[in-house]
Structure formats: structure tokens, C-alpha cells
Design a protein around this ligand. Structure first.
Ligand code: NOJ
Ligand code: CA
Length: 700
């Protein structure tokens, strides 16, 4: 009898596929080969399909179809339940609990491909692995067939596919409306123009189904592969992998023993779980850096916002153009008298940083070449080692050292990437010599000279190469305009932040709508910390002269962003004079922590509102941040995340009655209140407003 049952089960397995339950059975995965030997997967959440039968596989090297004619050779399973500690993060310890299934496939033609599935309670990751085999060694990926079939006209929070940039505002629409809206989005003046030839969107893609399920599609551990965009099928409500090609249309070059990044699907019926999920980090490899003691959170100010305000400050030293790096003697150029990165001005920033407890000062426009900032066709635009004549690097670093402030380096490459790689050792040696612990890199414009896309395999490898090389010099990296993150900050913990979305700079072009930061934590931040550079107090830029832009938030919302938008690297982006003017509100930026023991996602709905509380690492201190879109609302805060039986002092920063982002009216109130773990309090938030709270135990 027993044998009969076993036999039946075995047959069922081969006919009906393999199933895998997540550790607490929230999710169920079905894998099978259909009658044509096509690998198919399906994902169910609490018993209902969330991803319907979806294809897997590739087209390889012109004539090799790796999506059908497969038989299942072997299956193996593993149960993993471990914890690990990130160098910095939202949680001190991260639980990594999943069930794994490795399916080994062989096609009629003898080709082999394995698919490794890892099923968590909050989502699924799977990747393709190419074992060593006869008849296949080096190969080219021509197409990836991976599908995500929803069969539901879900609400999507999407960016149009563009292989060069992710600096778009998010459009919210039903999947069926994407085709209709995408042209409008692409006409936006600040949008770059390297779209997929198909109707496609970018990841992380956030979806809300008509049954109220929250689904996030992205990828983890993107190395040696192009970034995945998603081709939209608006009839089946499904998405298919759309890999960023090189300019010859080739997608990726691989060899056997290599694998794809993880394709990820995070699912829950509670939006807060999307923000809690550590699936992307868990799917990345542990740190390759053994001694991480030099990797530290940083709060910084910078000679930066003054370039955007319209006040006249410039990155360039002179108004002359066509300078030639290595040939032009800058001492012979006439300075333009607006150059931001001059020694005296930088020293004032250092003084300000020292006085208010900041770790670092970023200085942009310190190096030769900015006169030709827009000369995208030139191979060598900037020097990464030669400072302008009025920026005395030795004197500045001496001064900073005396004041116990670190200088932050800036390397704008204008995407002249080979030139940057050529100069990397010298550039990092200079940083070591003058004790700069962190570099902000930048990739504005098209990639020179290879005409690669920012999201291509070649560029993906470049970003990782820079992170690794920087680690050799004990340097931390903050990359701007790179492909969006996929959790690689676990493997390279010195790659502490990225921009890779629309940051605060777009406030100076009127480009960030009020709902922007209520969406980013559900999209861009799913991959990793963002150098969003919040903290703008002076919302009306017309006070500086030329710029008419207005900040799209209240002042208090700017404070709340330090808690809501997790990053171990945080900038106070406004001008020091504005912080002096609103010194009481500035206190919150000075106080807020950067590294945490625990995070508590209290309220969340993408595009609407987010309320998060976090406990400072190794300290009995908590911060709360709450933000809303253009609608006013109440944040209802349940303080039960605090240890019971104690009395706490809460310092509350709240939108004032007259606070109005549309008119840049600055109005806020700051007050203290006693609270306990049993407190539950409703706080009003104005349109595009916020709430920021610091909590400490009350002194006895
Ligand atoms: C774009 C970056 O995002 C911004 O922060 C920087 O100031 C400019 N490029 C110039 O490098
Ligand atoms: Ca940027």
C-alpha cells in the first residue's frame, strides 16, 4: 500500500510539477514542465494565485532555445533559517529564512540549465544557473523569457523604461493605461531618451491588485548581467523580462558556471510588509570585505544646493570653454568670481559642520574641467587629481582635520567611463592622501566612448568594479545616475548609498510631485539606500534671483524624510544660512540617527502616506517620521513599539496651521509631550506635510 502511494506521488510530481511551501506556508510555489517541456512557475499567496502560470528560460547565441524541450533531471531541496548582521542598516539583525528548491533541467539537445528557487514568507527569488556542460562554454543571451503573469488589471506605480536613466516621477495607473500614458511621460522635458523599443517599465515595479494584494517585482544581486526592465502585456496583464542591451542590441555575454541575478517578487496583503521585507538583501551574497570597521554612517552638508538655487554659484572656475585637461594652465584663466569651491568658502562650510556635529562636507566643482561640463562628446573632461587654483586641497584637508570633519570627494565622470577607470588608482590615492573617506560618483549623460547604456551589462560591471576598487583603498561610495540598486550593499558594504531616482535636485526644477516620497520607499528603496539629499527649508527659490521653483513639501515633511527614507548617508542639503534662520527645526536634523537597531513600519500606503519609527543603534532613543501626499490627514501613532513601564519625553515637530507647500509658507510648531508605550495619538499632517518626533526616556 505504502509503495503504491509513493509511486502515485512520484508520478504526480512529474505530471503536475513540484510544489514548495514557504516556511510558514504563506506562499506556495509550483514549478512544472508543460507538454512541450517548457519550464513554468506559479506563485500563490494564502491559497490564491498571485503570479499565474509564467514562462521561464532564455534564447541563447542565435539558435539555442533554452525555454522548451526540457526534462527534469534532478530536484533538491534545502531549508535555511539563519540570521546575519549588516554593517549598517534598518535592523541590527536580519532573519534569513527560506525554503530552497533547485531544479536541474536538460534539453533534448543536451543543454543544461538549473533554476534555483528560494521561497520566503514574504516573497520569491529565483535565478538561472548554467552548469559546466559539453557543447556550451561562452554564450550570448539573446532573450530572457521570464514572465510575471498577474491576470489582474492592477494599479501600477511605474517609471517608463529608459536604459539610461531612472530620474522620472512615478506614474500611477492601471496596467491597461500604461500604453496610453507612456508617451505623455516621455515628452517630459527632463526625461532622457533611451527607451526600450517595446512598451516597457522599470523595476522595482510596485503593483496593487484588485484583491488588495501588494506585489513588488525587482531583482537582487545584479552583477555581470544587464538590468531588467519589464515589457508590458496589457491584455494578459503580465510582464516579461526586457534586458538592457548594448548599442549593438546584444544583451549579455556569459559563460557556463555563471548565473543570472535573482528575479524577485515580494507579496503581501499589508503594504507595510513591502517596506519591512529584507528579501532583496537576503538574496545577496555576504560581504566580500572582511574588515568593515572603516565603513561608517555619515551625515553631511555640502557646497552643492547653491549650484541649484539660481543664486549664481558655479561649479566652474572660469567662463572660458574648451579647456584641455593636462594642457590648459588654469592659473592663466580669469576666475569668474562665482566659483563655489574656493578655499575660504569651503572653510566656512567646515566651520558650520564642526559647530553642528556633521561628519562630512561634500564639495563639488573642486577639480579642473567643469568649464566643459556639457561637452559630452569629449573623452577627458575632468581631472580627478588636479584641484582648481582657488581650491587648496592640502590646506582644506588640514583645516578639516583640525575641526574633526571629513571631506567628501566628488567625481563627476559625465559618463566618460573608460577615462574614469584609467584614473581610478590615482584618484583614490589622492583621496587617501588627503583623508577623504567617501566619494560621490556621477554618470550624467551618455556613456563615452562605448555608447553603452547605463543599465547595460558592461556598465553594471563598471559600478561594481568601482565599489570593489574603492574598498581596496578603504573608500565608501555614493553613486549617482548608476543603474538602480539590487541589494549589493550587503556584498559591498562600502557602497553605502546611491541616487538612481529623482532626488532633491529636481525640486529646483519643480520636478518632484507631493506624492513622490510616499512612493520611493516602495520602489527605488526596495533595492537599497538612497542619497535623496533632503532638508530643504527655504522652499521658495525665487528669493535667490533667477529660479522660480517651489519646494513640493512643507518644512516638517523635509525633517520626516530623514526617518522615512532609510540611508546611512544623509545630507542636510540646504544652505547654512537657512538652517541658522530656523535653528529650532534644524535641531531635528542634527539629532536624527543614521543607523538602527529596529525599524517599525506603523502606517503605509504607496502614493498616500508612510509612518515609520526606528530605534537608534545601541541607544535608548527613537525617531518617528510620517509623511503624506498632497492630501492632509492624521497620522495615528501607536507607541507600543516602546518598551513598557517607562515614561518618555517626545519632542514633536509638527506642521503649523498655516503651513502650505503650494505657497512655500514656512510654518511649524515644536513641542514636548510625555508618552508611554500605551499611548496612541493622532497628529495632523498638512497637504504634502509631515511629522517628526524624537523620543528619549524621561530623566528621573
Ligand atoms: C547630478 C547629480 O545627481 C548631482 O547631485 C550633481 O550635483 C550633478 N550631477 C553634478 O555632478
Ligand atoms: Ca542625478
Amino acid at each position: 500500500m505504502k509503495w503504491k502511494l509513493f509511486f502515485l506521488l512520484l508520478i504526480a510530481q512529474f505530471c503536475y510539477g513540484q510544489t514548495l511551501n514557504s516556511p510558514h506556508s504563506q506562499l506556495q510555489l509550483l514549478f512544472e514542465l508543460d507538454s512541450a517541456g517548457r519550464p513554468i512557475y506559479q506563485l500563490s499567496y494564502k491559497g490564491n494565485p498571485v503570479i499565474d502560470r509564467s514562462k521561464l528560460g532564455f534564447w541563447i547565441s542565435g539558435n539555442m532555445d533554452f525555454s522548451k524541450d526540457f526534462t527534469l533531471i534532478h530536484t533538491s531541496n534545502a531549508d535555511v533559517d539563519k540570521s546575519w548582521e549588516p554593517v549598517m542598516g534598518e535592523e541590527k539583525s536580519i532573519k534569513n529564512q527560506y525554503r530552497e528548491m533547485l531544479v536541474e533541467l536538460q534539453s533534448k539537445r543536451g543543454w543544461k540549465m538549473n533554476i534555483r528557487f528560494r521561497l520566503y514568507d514574504d516573497g520569491l527569488g529565483f535565478r538561472y544557473e548554467f552548469p559546466i556542460q559539453e557543447g556550451l562554454r561562452h554564450f550570448r543571451i539573446d532573450k530572457e523569457f521570464t514572465e510575471f503573469v498577474l491576470r489582474d488589471n492592477a494599479k501600477a506605480f511605474w517609471l517608463p523604461s529608459d536604459y539610461d536613466t531612472n530620474e522620472f516621477p512615478t506614474t500611477i495607473s492601471k496596467i491597461s493605461q500604461i500604453a496610453h500614458k507612456i508617451e505623455e511621460v516621455r515628452r517630459e522635458p527632463l526625461a532622457a531618451k533611451a527607451p526600450s523599443k517595446d512598451l516597457a517599465v522599470q523595476t522595482p515595479l510596485m503593483l496593487k491588485t484588485s484583491q488588495g494584494l501588494y506585489v513588488n517585482i525587482h531583482e537582487a544581486a545584479l552583477i555581470n548581467f544587464p538590468a531588467m526592465h519589464l515589457k508590458v502585456d496589457d491584455e494578459r496583464f503580465s510582464f516579461e523580462a526586457d534586458l538592457a542591451p548594448n548599442k549593438n542590441g546584444e544583451l549579455a555575454f556569459l559563460q557556463t558556471q555563471q548565473h543570472s541575478p535573482w528575479r524577485t517578487i515580494i507579496v503581501s496583503d499589508d503594504a507595510r510588509d513591502i517596506l519591512k521585507s529584507k528579501l532583496i538583501l537576503n538574496l545577496n551574497e555576504p560581504s566580500v570585505i572582511k574588515d568593515t570597521s572603516w565603513i561608517k554612517p555619515m551625515k553631511y552638508i555640502g557646497v552643492w544646493w547653491e549650484y541649484f538655487t539660481g543664486g549664481g554659484s558655479t561649479w566652474a572656475y572660469s567662463n572660458q570653454q574648451d579647456v584641455i585637461i593636462g594642457t590648459t594652465d588654469y592659473r592663466t584663466l580669469r576666475p569668474n568670481h562665482h566659483h563655489g569651491a574656493n578655499t575660504a568658502h569651503v572653510k566656512k562650510y567646515i566651520d558650520f559642520a564642526a559647530e553642528h556635529g556633521f561628519d562630512g562636507v561634500l564639495v563639488e566643482g573642486w577639480n579642473e574641467g567643469w568649464e566643459d561640463n556639457w561637452a559630452y562628446g569629449k573623452d577627458e573632461i575632468y581631472s580627478f587629481t588636479k584641484a582648481y587654483p582657488d581650491f587648496d586641497i592640502a590646506e582644506i584637508s588640514e583645516y578639516a582635520k583640525k575641526k574633526k570633519v571629513k571631506m567628501i570627494m566628488h567625481h563627476e565622470t559625465t559618463s566618460s567611463v573608460i577615462n574614469y577607470e584609467r584614473n581610478l588608482n590615482d584618484a583614490f590615492s589622492l583621496m587617501n592622501k588627503y583623508d577623504y573617506p567617501l566619494v560621490k560618483t556621477g554618470y550624467v549623460g551618455p556613456i563615452i566612448p562605448r555608447s553603452e547604456y547605463h543599465d547595460s551589462q558592461w556598465m553594471v560591471n563598471h559600478y561594481a568594479y568601482v565599489a570593489q576598487k574603492a574598498a581596496d583603498y578603504k573608500i565608501m561610495v555614493n553613486s549617482h545616475e548608476a543603474a538602480r540598486p539590487t541589494g549589493l550593499h550587503r556584498t559591498f558594504p562600502n557602497w553605502i548609498a546611491q541616487e538612481s531616482a529623482r532626488g532633491t535636485e529636481f525640486e529646483s526644477f519643480n520636478g518632484n510631485p507631493p506624492n513622490h516620497t510616499t512612493i520611493l520607499p516602495f520602489t527605488r528603496l526596495v533595492g537599497g539606500p538612497m542619497d535623496y539629499t533632503p532638508g530643504i527649508f527655504r522652499g521658495d527659490l525665487s528669493v535667490y534671483g533667477k529660479n522660480k521653483a517651489k519646494l513640493s513639501t512643507t518644512l516638517v515633511k523635509q525633517l520626516a524624510l530623514y526617518v522615512v527614507m532609510y540611508s546611512p548617508l544623509q545630507m542636510a542639503a540646504d544652505l547654512p544660512e537657512n538652517y541658522m534662520k530656523y535653528a529650532d527645526a534644524f535641531q531635528f536634523i542634527k539629532d536624527v540617527a543614521l543607523d538602527w537597531d529596529h525599524s517599525y513600519i506603523l502606517e503605509a500606503e504607496p502614493g498616500e502616506y508612510i509612518t515609520i519609527a526606528r530605534k537608534t543603534k545601541n541607544k535608548p532613543e527613537w525617531f518617528v517620521g510620517s509623511i503624506t501626499n498632497e492630501k492632509s490627514r492624521n497620522a495615528i501613532i501607536d507607541f507600543s513599539f516602546l518598551p513598557k513601564g517607562k515614561v518618555y519625553q517626545a519632542e514633536i515637530y509638527q506642521d503649523g496651521e498655516k503651513a502650505d507647500y503650494t505657497q512655500s509658507v514656512i510654518d511649524y510648531k515644536i513641542y514636548k509631550r510625555r508618552i508611554k508605550a500605551t499611548s496612541k495619538i493622532s497628529f495632523p499632517l498638512k497637504p504634502s506635510g509631515g511629522l517628526a518626533i524624537k523620543i528619549v526616556e524621561e530623566a528621573r
